[in-house]
Design a protein around this ligand. Structure first.
Ligand SMILES: Nc1ncnc2c1ncn2[C@@H]1O[C@H](COP(=O)(O)OP(=O)(O)OP(=O)(O)O)[C@@H](O)[C@H]1O
Ligand SMILES: [Mg+2]
Length: 333
């Protein structure tokens, strides 16, 4: 079975082909048009998807050494994300499915992130706890069996990735924020400033990052321009440590509470090496098996969407042509 995946929920235009065992191709074009605006401009994102999606799909098919007629189904993200961007991918997928007379299925982007580790290794062990830390979400999910999710914790304000992006702005590190903070942090002392870690009381599986962000802001406002220049790496490292500590503590708490011996980290923030190392160390100490997708499978990509689609199509599920986009789509439990 070959499934073509299409992902256009934000500023990555991506197409992929997967079979039952592995990803055959996963082409990701990150739109550069947003850099000069310091953030994603929704209309430019939709227009860039319109311009390049067909080309990206052709590249994915070519790299998979697969003709359009060999595709058995199409998986496409229908939410959450930017409405205009989602519409481009959904309409493209519907048109192609109609022409090829094959089923298509709308996939929740968050399910894609959860299944990113499975994209190249479909045989996963269950149950597991997955922490999705991305630009718009910070979710703890209990996955009892394939395609069944229970959200057991989430952020009450900012997402972890959003906090990285906002702190990068405060520090003048530019966009995209997460990689810029990580780069600066590599040269800094993570013990230089003690920033707060919120909601760490036992039993609380929710997150809060807005207090941390404000505390970075107040700290920066207390410095002169010259002091900020000399301290920017230390502030980055101290902030990054605070986020890593909280995410790891909550994930371990969830694993303990749900008596789960397997933990998966996913979403764009999971690219962060300090976070990956913190999880590896903590899980090892707690005798919990830990997995994290390769970096290109952490941020938005169609490989994870195609895997979710193949799993659902194989169960006989599919969508119909009335399917609309859902910018605020929640993870179905
Ligand atoms: N190395 C890194 N360190 C920290 N954060 C990172 C790193 N690389 C990317 N990020 C963050 O990951 C986020 C992007 O991840 P992703 O593409 O999964 O989010 P999204 O798709 O915009 O949101 P969502 O998946 O919640 O809809 C951004 O906030 C970015 O700053
Ligand atoms: Mg995402």
């Amino acid at each position: 079975m070959l499934v073509l995946g299409i992902e256009t929920s934000c500023d990555e235009t991506s197409a992929a082909v997967v079979d039952e065992n592995r990803i055959r191709s996963n082409i990701i074009a990150t739109q550069q048009v947003h850099i000069k605006y310091g953030g994603v401009v929704p209309e430019f994102a939709s227009r860039a998807h319109v311009k390049q999606l067909q080309h990206i799909v052709e590249l994915a098919l070519r790299e998979a050494d697969c003709a359009l007629n060999n595709i058995n189904g199409i998986a496409v993200t229908y939410g959450p994300g930017l409405a205009g961007s989602l519409l481009v991918g959904l309409c493209f997928a519907k048109g192609l499915a109609l022409r090829l007379k094959i089923p298509f299925i709308g996939i929740n982007h968050l399910e894609g992130h959860i299944l990113a580790t499975a994209a190249n290794e479909p045989k996963q062990e269950y149950p597991y706890i997955c922490l999705v830390a991305s630009g718009g979400h910070t979710l703890l999910v209990y996955v009892a069996k394939p395609l069944v999710y229970e959200v057991i914790g989430s952020t009450i304000d900012d997402a972890a990735g959003e906090a990285f992006d906002k702190v990068a702005k405060i520090l003048g590190l530019g966009y995209p924020g997460g990689p810029a903070v990580e780069k600066a942090a590599r040269l800094g002392n993570e013990l230089a400033v003690h920033f707060p870690r919120a909601l760490l009381e036992p039993d609380n599986l929710n997150f809060s990052f807005s207090g941390l962000k404000t505390s970075v802001l107040y700290y920066v406002q207390s410095l002169s321009k010259d002091q900020l220049i000399t301290q920017v790496n230390d502030i980055s490292a101290s902030f990054q440590k605070s986020v890593s500590d909280v995410l790891a503590a909550k994930a371990i708490l969830a694993a303990t509470k749900y008596d789960c011996k397997r933990l998966i980290l996913a979403g764009g923030v999971a690219r962060n090496n300090h976070l990956r190392e913190t999880f590896e160390k903590t899980c090892k100490n707690q005798a919990i098996a830990f997995a994290v997708p390769s970096p290109e499978l952490c941020t938005d990509n169609a490989g994870m969407i195609a895997r979710a689609g193949l799993m659902r199509l194989a169960k006989g599920e599919h969508s119909d042509y009335t399917l609309d986009v859902f910018p605020n789509l929640a993870l179905k439990t």
